[in-house]
Every structure is written in structure tokens, then in C-alpha cells.
Design a protein around this ligand. Structure first.
Ligand code: HEC
Length: 285
């Protein structure tokens, strides 16, 4: 009868002895976690930061990346950068990547300036055009990038359940933001023994360390209106926060309503309990 226990014990020992860490290039580099204004179960976006982040996107990233799942009108709505409507109308009208519309009366498609109801298009009409212009690499649409990326933890497998429980307790959902920030701020000179391929750049955060995006940020490349210093660190944080918002535009509202619902349920529970006490007070049970 003791055999199954023995087998289980042997399996546990074997698993514990198994290599616990993949090599860094297989597993992806360990990404440092950041504190964001929208972190955790109570965090909310910082409107000024979202506005600065949009400025960085517009002046730097939009020359290669689109935000096609975001519409110009979203920039006006509550919970986001909340730019004034007139300003966003003018911005859409001047946006260099125009909207293809049509066909017109001659049966031709044509480009026209964007309106509030249009998506924020990138510079390329399709993925093939993008690849042709970018040396074969595809600059992905950035609307959902903070949801599409995450961070890995390089801990022993026995520790992972506890790390997961910790993340659940803290409401950790910012892995994508942590990664994008680490990527944008992660360009360094390659180590002496690494050969970087033509048209590629060395980055500490990118899995495999070589990617086709040239370092997009450098000190002073964007001039902020609100006096925030123009450092790579600030640009990277701000544009990352903005991209976290584009991936989850109703985030603030969702967290606020969540708390209201919890409060409502607590009060209801208390009332039901008191009601039950009163109803059953004179009945033998
Ligand atoms: C000169 C064009 C160019 C500019 C400007 C640029 N990118 Fe990129 N980006 C690329 C290309 C090309 C790739 C694909 C890289 C690859 O797959 O090797 C990429 C990939 C990415 C990725 C995905 C990385 C991954 O994990 O797959 C992110 C995130 C990103 N860019 C963010 C940004 C942000 C934010 C900005 C503005 C601060 C920006 N990029 C500016 C060309 C650009």
C-alpha cells in the first residue's frame, strides 16, 4: 500500500531536481517591475501623463506604428487624456496618415483627412508595405501591445505558486507596461562577444536581444509643455502609460465601479444579516 506514496515522493524529488531555469535567451530576460499610477487594485491613470504619452506617440512612434483600434474620439472621452474636442478635430484633420475612403462617383478609392470617428492610422496601408519599408520587420500596431506582452519570472518552480498568489493579492496586471518600458529604455551597447546582425539593434529586454526597431527615444527628442524633463526615462514611462490606456480605455471606470459594487455588497450583506436576525428572533429554531 505504500507504493503510490513512494512513487509520488520519487516524482517530487525528480521534479525538484529538474533544471529549474531555462537559459536567458530561451526564457526571455527578467524584466524589472515598475510602480505605475494605475498599478494595483486602486490605481488610476494620471491624465497629464496620458497627454504627455500621446505627444510622444504622435511625435515619435506614429512614424512607424499605428493605433488602429483607437479612434480620435477616444482621446476626448473621460478616463483618457481628455483633450478638448476642438483640438482633437483639428489633430485628426491634420493627421498625416489619411483615411482611405470610397469608392467615389468615378469608382475610385481616395484618401481624405481623418474625422473624430476614424481610427488612428499608422503610416502603412498594409503589413507588406510596412515590411518593405522596415527592412522586412513589421512594426506591430500598438493599441493592444501592453496586453499582448508580459514579463516572465525566473524563480524555482516551487516558488511560482507563491509568486502567483502574491500577484493576485496585489492585483498585478502591469506586466505589459513593465515590458514596454524596459524595451524602450533597454537599448545598450552589445557585449563584446555578441555580433549584432545588419539592421538589428541590441536590447536588454527583447527576447533574443536583437530587434529591428532602431532606438526611438533620445534625450530632448520631444519638448513637453508642462515642464517635465525630456529624458528617455520620462518619455518611455509616459508613452507606456498612454499605451496601457489605449489597451484598456475604460480601466479607471472599471476599477471605480468595482469598489462601489464591493461596498454595496457589504452593506447588503449587513442588512440581510440584521433582517434575518429580526425575523427569526421570536421563532424557536
Ligand atoms: C523607425 C521606425 C520605428 C519607430 C519610430 C518606432 N518603432 Fe517600434 N518597432 C519598429 C519595428 C520595425 C518593430 C519590429 C521589431 C522586430 O520585430 O524586430 C517595432 C517593434 C515595437 C514593439 C514590439 C516589440 C516586441 O516585443 O515585439 C514595441 C512595443 C514598439 N515597437 C514600441 C514603440 C514605441 C513606443 C515607439 C515610440 C516611442 C516606437 N516603437 C517607435 C519600428 C519603429
Amino acid at each position: 500500500m505504500t507504493r503510490p506514496y513512494l512513487a509520488a515522493a520519487a516524482l517530487t524529488v525528480a521534479l525538484a531536481a529538474a533544471p529549474s531555469q531555462l537559459s536567458a535567451s530561451e526564457a526571455g530576460p527578467e524584466i524589472e517591475r515598475q510602480t505605475w499610477p494605475y498599478s494595483g487594485i486602486t490605481g488610476q491613470f494620471d491624465q497629464a501623463q496620458l497627454q504627455r504619452g500621446f505627444q510622444v506617440y504622435k511625435e515619435v512612434c506614429s512614424s512607424c506604428h499605428g493605433l488602429k483600434r483607437l479612434y480620435f474620439r477616444n482621446l476626448v472621452q473621460p478616463g483618457g487624456p481628455e483633450f478638448p474636442e476642438e483640438g482633437v478635430k483639428a489633430l485628426a484633420n491634420e493627421w498625416p496618415n489619411q483615411i482611405t475612403d470610397g469608392p467615389n462617383d468615378d469608382g475610385q478609392m481616395f484618401d481624405r483627412p481623418a474625422k473624430l470617428s476614424d481610427p488612428i492610422r499608422g503610416p502603412y496601408k498594409n503589413d507588406k508595405e510596412a515590411r518593405a519599408a522596415q527592412n522586412g520587420a513589421l512594426p506591430p500596431d500598438l493599441t493592444l501591445i501592453t496586453k499582448a506582452r508580459s514579463v516572465e519570472r525566473h524563480a524555482h518552480w516551487t516558488v511560482h505558486p507563491f509568486l502567483m498568489l502574491g500577484d493576485i493579492a496585489k492585483g498585478y496586471q502591469e506586466g505589459g507596461s513593465d515590458y514596454v518600458h524596459a524595451l524602450l529604455a533597454g537599448y545598450v551597447d552589445p557585449p563584446a562577444d555578441v555580433k549584432v546582425n545588419d539592421g538589428m539593434y541590441y536590447n536588454t529586454a527583447f527576447p533574443g536581444h536583437q530587434l529591428a526597431m532602431p532606438p526611438p527615444l533620445s534625450e530632448g527628442v520631444v519638448t513637453y509643455q508642462d515642464g517635465t524633463p525630456g529624458t528617455v526615462e520620462n518619455y518611455s514611462r509616459d508613452v507606456t502609460a498612454f499605451l496601457a490606456w489605449t489597451a484598456d480605455p475604460t480601466h479607471d471606470q472599471r476599477k471605480r465601479i468595482g469598489w462601489q459594487v464591493v461596498l454595496y455588497l457589504l452593506v447588503t450583506t449587513a442588512l440581510l444579516y440584521l433582517g434575518k436576525k429580526k425575523i427569526w428572533a421570536n421563532i424557536k429554531h
